[in-house]
Design a protein around this ligand. Structure first.
Ligand code: S3P
Length: 437
């Protein structure tokens, strides 16, 4: 990865055309994992060719799973069954992916062999006790550093038993890690969330034939069944579409069409937030694909105004705050975000990263422990840091579209973790984004 790549984003637009954003990251990770544990051959269409999801594929290959790549965006996973994985003699490198590491921790807790999970500098700073503690309550043995950080050493050969666990924070990753361990556990594993989070694990387990009961905020399964291979159609990633939704909303004269975007209600909080701010976003051709709601998004420029963001929207837009902060910084009036302390433990501390970057561009933003108060206005040019965070980089490329002078964004290499080809797609619809290698 070329972490040292800087970008320069200049004022441009209007934005026009059709933007086909890549496959959903959350769905791609899970499709690989369930395909690997299934009996039979699963085909994944629309797989995200990002560094995060490729890292998960490479981990599973190290564990003895054959994964073919017939063409870009396609994977054929030759499942080995629930007990068919083999020990890796090398550490398993999850790259930048919190989802990869946390879900694999649950999956590996039930194996007969030891594994070590490692990650890059950003992932190595992310809290892992949120998964290791409840997994330990299920009988797993997982070692972390003193501070509860990676690497994770997962000891195999443990007898797992189901638990009923009330999550202290809303987290699909923690929920999914426990459900994955639950496949190997004796008895019932039940997970209860303070707010409902994305339910891809639950939906996909059902699609792979595992009996599971779930409703928003709650999921329950028992061990001892089998996964049957199935094909997975991955929708376009709403979180990748988010940058274009904000960009077209704030650049006068713009109209973009984003086809076949995943619209799972646990992901589309930004749509509601932007509409509350006055955005003009329509859903066309709503349909189902691979058991997930999808639709074509049509977004037109509209004057935005600040809002007090309803806290209930936070989990449904947890990855979209960097993009929202840009919208808020150029909207008329004040935007207040509360109840979003989780942003501090994402790929970077996203409240701090966005506040520092926006201030460097002359915005008025006050950090709070669990959010921010942003007074909209005009952005100037300047230089911003990404803190190795893909979404910070893409968000400031959007800011550059409406800034009064160019915005230099340091260290944009991590964009490839979730959105390969972003720069080209952005420029094709009217951005003026340049890579300064
Ligand atoms: C994800 C869950 C969310 C999200 C992440 C992907 C997933 O993390 O931020 O990008 O695929 O389960 P948390 O579960 O930590 O909120």
């Amino acid at each position: 990865m070329s972490g040292a790549t800087d970008w320069l984003s200049r004022a441009a637009g209007p934005l026009h055309g059709e933007v086909r954003v890549p496959g959903d990251k959350s769905v791609s990770h899970r499709a690989l994992m369930f395909g690997a544990l299934a009996e039979g051959v699963s085909r994944i269409h629309g797989f995200l060719e990002g560094e995060d999801t490729r890292a998960t594929a490479a981990v599973l290959q190290r564990l003895g799973v054959r994964i073919d790549t017939p063409s870009a965006g396609e994977r054929i996973v030759h499942g080995v069954g629930l007990h068919g994985l083999r020990a890796s003699s090398e550490p398993l490198d999850c790259g930048n992916a919190g989802t990869g590491m946390r879900l694999l921790a649950g999956l590996l807790a039930g194996q007969a062999f030891d594994s070590t999970l490692v990650g890059d500098a950003s992932l190595s700073k992310r809290p892992m006790r949120r998964v290791t503690e409840p997994l330990a309550a299920m009988g797993a043995r997982i070692e972390t550093t003193q501070g509860g950080l990676p690497p994770l050493v997962v000891r195999g050969g443990q007898r797992l038993h189901g638990i009923r666990y009330e999550l202290p924070v809303a987290s699909a990753q923690v929920k999914s890690a426990l459900l994955l361990a639950g496949l190997y556990a004796a008895g019932e594993t039940e997970v209860i969330e303070p707010y409902p989070t994305r339910d891809y694990t639950e939906r996909m387990l059902a699609a792979f034939g595992w009996p599971i009961a779930f409703e928003p905020g709650r999921a329950k399964l028992s061990g001892g069944h089998a996964l049957r291979a199935t094909d997975v159609d991955v929708p376009a990633d709403f979180s990748s579409a988010a940058f274009f939704l904000v960009a077209a909303s704030i650049v006068p004269g713009s109209e973009l069409r984003l086809p076949a975007v995943g619209l799972n209600p646990r992901r589309t909080g930004l749509l509601e937030a932007l509409r509350l701010m006055g955005a003009d976003i329509r859903i066309e051709n709503p349909r189902e694909s691979g058991g997930e709601p999808v639709g074509d998004l049509v977004v037109r420029h509209a004057p935005l105004h600040g809002v007090e963001l309803p806290e209930a929207l936070v989990p449904d837009m947890i990855d979209e705050f960097p993009a929202l902060f840009i919208a808020a910084a150029v909207a008329r009036g004040r935007t207040v975000v509360r109840g979003a302390a989780e942003l501090r433990v994402k790929e970077s501390d996203r409240i701090a990263s966005m506040a520092a970057g926006l201030r460097a561009l002359g915005a008025r933003i006050e950090e709070t422990p669990d959010g921010a108060i942003i007074d909209g206005g005009t952005l100037s040019g300047g230089a911003v840091q990404t803190h190795m965070d893909h979404r910070i980089a893409m968000s400031f490329s959007v800011a550059g579209l409406v800034a009064t002078a160019p915005v230099r964004i340091h260290d944009c290499g991590h964009v490839a973790t979730s959105f390969p080809g972003y720069l080209q797609l952005a420029n094709a619809c009217g951005f003026a984004l340049e890579s300064l290698v």
